[in-house]
Design a protein around this ligand. Structure first.
Ligand SMILES: [Zn+2]
Length: 416
C-alpha cells in the first residue's frame, strides 16, 4: 500500500491523504486549509480523477468528520466521486446548508459506522467512532495488500465521549504498520505534560458563571459543537436556567437523530428566532421550520423579563436586536471557542461591543484535540511500526514524545 499526504503533513487542517493499492486509490478527507486567508480560493489537491470523477481507479473520498478542515473541498470534488461519511455528520452538513455557506448537500454513497468494516476495491475500511468536538467523528483503519494504516482523524480523550478513546486503548486494532496521528497540541512551546480543561471542567465553570450572573448568560460556540451544547444545557439545569437556542441549532440537534442530545421538545429548551433567520425562512418560504418549533418559541418580551433565568446560545449577528429588546442588563458572556478567534477583527468588534455595554466576558473552553499524554497512551496501545505526523505544526517535535517517528512531506509517495 502506498500513501501520499497531499496536505496536513506540516500544518493543522486541510487534511487530504491518498492511499493506493493494486492500481486503485482512495482519498481520506478533503479539507479546507485553515491557513487560507479570507476570500482565498484553494485548488483541489492533485489527485487524478478527484475533480471530474472520470478516473475509475479513484474509488472515493472518506470524510472523517464534519469540520471544514476535513471536508471543505468537497464542493470541488466531482459529483461522480463516491463519498463516505457518518450518517449524522452528513445530515448535520445538509441541515447547515440552509443556514450557512459552510453547509453542504451531497448524497453519500455509504455511511461510516463504529467498527463496521466495509470493502472498497482492494481496501478494507474500518471506522472507529471517536471523541472530538465535531459530532459523528471517526478514526479509521485502512487495510490493503496485507498492510495496515490507522488514521486518527481528529481525536481527543477529554470530551463527552472520552469512553470511546478508552475503548480504543482497551480494544485496539492489532498489527498497525503506520499510525497517521494528529498532533494539534504538539507545538514549538509544548512541554509534553500539559493538559487543558476537559468538557466536564467547562461544564463546572459554565455552571458557576450561570450562578454568579444576575442577568442573561450569553454563550458563544458553534452550534455544531454538540458536546458543548450538552455542556451548556447541563450548566443551565444546574443553575436553574432555560437554555435558549436558535433555529439553526434546533435543526442541527434534530439532525443528530440521537435522543440523548438536548433539543426542541426537551424540558427547559426554548427556541429564539433571530431576525436574520426569520428573514431567511420567509425568503425560502421554509415555514415548516418555524412551525416545527412553534410551541417552544421564546419571544422578545420573555427574553427581557426572564433574563436572569436564561442561558442563550449567542452569536455576534444577534447583538443589535438583543440590545434593542433590552435583555442585556447585568448579562455576562461566555466565550467557548478557541481564544485565538478573539484576536481576529470579528473578535475585536465583539469585545468592543461587550465593553460598550459593560458586559464582562469569561473564557470557558476545552480543546477538540488530544493532549500529548493521551496521544502517548494511544501510541502505547496501538504499538505501531511507525508514527507519521499529520494535522500539526510541530511534526519536527514528534520524536521527542513518541517512538519510531517517521516524518513525511506533503506530496511525496511512500510505502507501507
Ligand atoms: Zn481538523
Amino acid at each position: 500500500m502506498q500513501v501520499r499526504i497531499h496536505r496536513g503533513a506540516a500544518e493543522v487542517g486541510g487534511n487530504c491523504i491518498e492511499v493506493a493499492a493494486g492500481g486503485m486509490r482512495l482519498v481520506l478527507d478533503a479539507g479546507w486549509p485553515l491557513t487560507a486567508v479570507d476570500g482565498e480560493d484553494v485548488a483541489l489537491p492533485g489527485v487524478a480523477g478527484l475533480a471530474d470523477g472520470h478516473d475509475p481507479s479513484l474509488l472515493g473520498v472518506v470524510i472523517s468528520h464534519p469540520h471544514p478542515d476535513h471536508y471543505g473541498l468537497l464542493p470541488k470534488v466531482g459529483a461522480a466521486v463516491p463519498v463516505y461519511i457518518g450518517e449524522s455528520a452528513s445530515r448535520i452538513l445538509s441541515e447547515a446548508a440552509f443556514f450557512s455557506p459552510l453547509g453542504i448537500s451531497r448524497q453519500p454513497s455509504g455511511y461510516l459506522r463504529h467498527r463496521q468494516a466495509f470493502d472498497l476495491g482492494p481496501f478494507r475500511v474500518t471506522p472507529f467512532l471517536n471523541d472530538h468536538s465535531a459530532f459523528d467523528a471517526y478514526s479509521m483503519l485502512i487495510e490493503a495488500e496485507g498492510r495496515r494504516l490507522f488514521y486518527t482523524g481528529d481525536i481527543r480523550a477529554h470530551g463527552r465521549k472520552a469512553g470511546l478513546f478508552e475503548e480504543l486503548l482497551r480494544r485496539p486494532p492489532e498489527n498497525i504498520d503506520v499510525l497517521l496521528m494528529e498532533g494539534t497540541h504538539i507545538r514549538e512551546d509544548s512541554d509534553g505534560s500539559e493538559r487543558g480543561p476537559s468538557e466536564r471542567d467547562v461544564e463546572d465553570a459554565c455552571a458557576d458563571t450561570c450562578k454568579e450572573t444576575r442577568g442573561m448568560v450569553l454563550a458563544m460556540f458553534s452550534p455544531q459543537n454538540i458536546d458543548r451544547l450538552v455542556t451548556l444545557y447541563r450548566a443551565c439545569l444546574r443553575s436553574g436556567r432555560d437554555l435558549v437556542i436558535d433555529l439553526y441549532t434546533a435543526a442541527i440537534t434534530a439532525a443528530t437523530a440521537r435522543d440523548t442530545i438536548p433539543g426542541v421538545g426537551w424540558d427547559r429548551v426554548r427556541v429564539y428566532l433571530p431576525r436574520s433567520q426569520k428573514a431567511r425562512v420567509i425568503r425560502e418560504q421554509a415555514f415548516d421550520r418555524t412551525e416545527a418549533v412553534k410551541p417552544h418559541r421564546i419571544y422578545p418580551e420573555e427574553l427581557a423579563t426572564r433574563r436572569s433565568e436564561l442561558g442563550m446560545l449567542f452569536r455576534a449577528s444577534m447583538s443589535r436586536e438583543l440590545e434593542e429588546i433590552g435583555c442585556l442588563e447585568e448579562a455576562r458572556c461566555i466565550w467557548s471557542m478557541w481564544p485565538g478567534y478573539l484576536r481576529e477583527p470579528s473578535g475585536e468588534r465583539l469585545r468592543a461591543w461587550l465593553d460598550q455595554l459593560g458586559i464582562p466576558m469569561v473564557i470557558h473552553h476545552a480543546s477538540g484535540h488530544a493532549f500529548i499524554p493521551d496521544l502517548q497512551r494511544l501510541v502505547r496501545a496501538l504499538a505501531p511500526g511507525r508514527v507519521v505526523p499529520i494535522h500539526s505544526f510541530g511534526g519536527d517535535r514528534f520524536e521527542e514524545f513518541f517512538p519510531r517517528v517517521e516524518r513525511r512531506r506533503d506530496g511525496e509517495w511512500w510505502e507501507i
